[in-house]
Write a protein that binds this ligand. Structure first.
Ligand SMILES: *Cc1c(COP(=O)(O)O)cnc(C)c1O
Length: 230
């Protein structure tokens, strides 16, 4: 293994340990014990960078761009057929068909038009992908996601009108603010919407997110190092 490969794998182990420790400090605990799932965010990194993590046993990955995912994951999934690939980026309705072919979970459902298209395309494909509703938890203009006060209504609509399997909520809190209150807000919304999963927490704040009840943390930089863009 190259130096870069060894580093990603050793960081994976470090993060798993930190997740284990954060888990013991869950403050927003309610219900069954949570064992948070690590989603390795491999955007901007190549198949060569991803393979060492697959070899080390990691199976859950996240990508935010459909085209980029199509360029590396079909081959990787052929070799590692138990991978779960999460779409964590914005989804245009004209990409829905491609996404259903390649991905296993869609975390970025944020509008009714998309829900409608997902229903139609999943019926065509004979597949049912679990989905999360993405919440614009800090109500930031430049961010994707449904407004907090419209979240419960969208979840119900996705479930009742489009029969989508909405398993949870996802958010990205404002970059330069303390994330804890935003994570707490997402947890409370999920409880009210009666959905189980909370995808929240990235490289710099995943331990806080876990303490606030995250079931999924999405980590890129802390594993792979800095990306050139985005
Ligand atoms: C890039 C990205 C991440 C990972 O961010 P890091 O800070 O590199 O860990 C997580 N979630 C989403 C939606 C992303 O786009």
């Amino acid at each position: 293994m190259s130096k870069q490969e060894i580093s990603a794998v050793s960081k994976l182990k470090e993060i798993e340990i930190k997740i284990g420790k954060a888990k013991n400090r869950i403050v927003a605990y309610d219900g069954e014990p949570i064992s948070p799932t690590l989603i390795c965010v491999s955007k901007n990194f190549s198949a060569d960078d991803i393979v060492p993590l697959l070899k080390a046993g990691q199976r859950v990955f996240g990508e935010n761009r459909v085209q980029e995912a199509q360029s590396k994951w079909p081959a990787l999934k052929q070799q590692y057929n138990d991978v779960a690939l999460h779409l964590i980026g914005p989804l245009q309705t004209n990409k829905v068909r491609d996404v259903i072919k390649l991905f296993d979970v869609i975390e970025s459902v944020d509008r009714e038009k998309l829900a409608k298209k997902l229903r139609a395309e999943m019926d065509l494909a004979g597949k049912e992908l679990p989905c999360c509703v993405q919440v614009n938890i800090g109500q930031e203009e430049q961010k994707a996601g449904i407004a907090p006060e419209q979240t419960i209504e969208l979840v119900k609509k996705c479930q009742n009108e489009y029969g989508l399997n909405i398993v949870g909520l996802m958010c990205i809190p404002p970059f330069d603010e303390a994330p804890g209150p935003y994570f707490a807000m997402l947890a409370s919304l999920a409880q009210k919407a009666n959905v189980r999963y909370l995808s929240m927490g990235m490289s710099k704040d995943y331990e806080v997110a876990i303490m606030m009840g995250a079931t999924h943390v999405r980590i890129g930089t802390a594993l792979f190092g800095k990306r050139d863009v985005n």
